[in-house]
Design a binder for this molecule. Sequence first.
Ligand SMILES: O=C(O)C1=C[C@@H](OP(=O)(O)O)[C@@H](O)[C@H](O)C1
Ligand SMILES: C=C(OP(=O)(O)O)C(=O)O
Length: 438
Amino acid sequence: MTLNPAHTAHWPAPHASGAVDATVHVPGSKSVTNRALVLAALASEPGWLRRPLRSRDTLLMAGALRELGVGIEEGVGPDGSGECWRVIPAALHGPATIDVGNAGTVMRFLPPVAALADGPVRFDGDPRSYERPLHGVIDALRVLGARIDDDSRGALPLTVHGAGGIDGGTVRVDASSSSQFVSALLLSGPRYNQGVEVRHTGSTLPSMPHIRMTVDMLRAVGAQVDTPESGGEPNVWRVTAGALLGRDLTVEPDLSNAQPFLAAALVTGGRVVIPDWPARTTQPGDRLREIFTEMGGSCELTDRGLVFTGSGAVHGIDVDLGEVGELTPGIAAVAALADSPSTLRGVAHLRLHETDRLAALTKEINELGGDVTETADGLHIRPRPLHGGVFHTYEDHRMATAGAIIGLAVQDVEIENVATTAKTLPDFPHLWAGMLGA
Ligand SMILES: O=C(O)C1=C[C@@H](OP(=O)(O)O)[C@@H](O)[C@H](O)C1
Ligand SMILES: C=C(OP(=O)(O)O)C(=O)O
């Protein structure tokens, strides 16, 4: 096997010589872009998606939908402004082969779509995708009427033998390993003959804001959704069968990808402005306003965007990140540079993300001289003076950006395979250098 030099080369993480002062335009949200693509593909009329994220995960989603027959064209929005994708729904069909890469949204959101296709749809992906939980989606789809061949582990690779539609109905799912099981079933639910009712049976459910994002986006395209918050039973979501509208949607900046830039203001005692920060959003990254304020910064939502200012001090934090697990690597990086210990809780399921994030963060921060221990459901981080070294990233975009945060404050940190940021933020090294005025 020939190794891609971009993956093996080490990227010298820039060290900040002073306080950063920058405006950073963060590209669109992965989670919004991939939900919008699925919903537009299932609609009964064309729609537009403005400022979509173009990254590995979203290009895999667009490519997969094209494989199933959906038209996704490059274009300008209906008012002539802005880059966009025009999505033209079509009868979904196999045979098709879908590469999910290591995108949780693609591997979980698309098997329920494939159940609507006519013909076999094979799913495969990166080696890590075979280890990520998918059983909740597979088992549920079987109950709802789909025929699926898997390797009997309830994981990838698998083939969905689409029969042009499925009954739908009520299904019980333990989504404690990933909220994406619930989102996946709800997104395709309006197109199932009886709609879908998802009853979560596990004791915990991570990433609730992402389930709210699914519900809000379904409602925005005309679906009727009943939720625990709208007076329904706890842990039960119901989507009524019905046609979906094609919409003109502008994608918000990815607030979880704003995290390293906000962290830069925090750890250098500087200031970063993120334009177009939404006043109201379901993105979990919005919680950074509160979390990074508790860790020593301050923020203000203005006409220019979110203005985040570091004070020069960075404090430890004791926080349950169960709702916002994808923020954990960046928070751990800041916590390693703080003036007091931190405890990050509620994120046991991160062991099954892009990599085992709890093990990876512990090992990599400790190899730079840190003192991190894994707990049953998170990390305990005692700040120590850190030194340079190679920060390994395990093909995890958020490990790479976490290493870059540490590199701002610690000389001679090198990030292995910074190109892995392309999963959700292909421009990262360039945006990072721009923030630092390079
Ligand atoms: O639905 C989504 O867009 C996501 C849900 C979360 O997944 P888990 O619930 O598996 O953590 C999150 O971590 C992931 O980055 C994106
Ligand atoms: C967990 C993540 O991604 P995925 O959508 O692949 O689950 C993430 O982006 O942090």
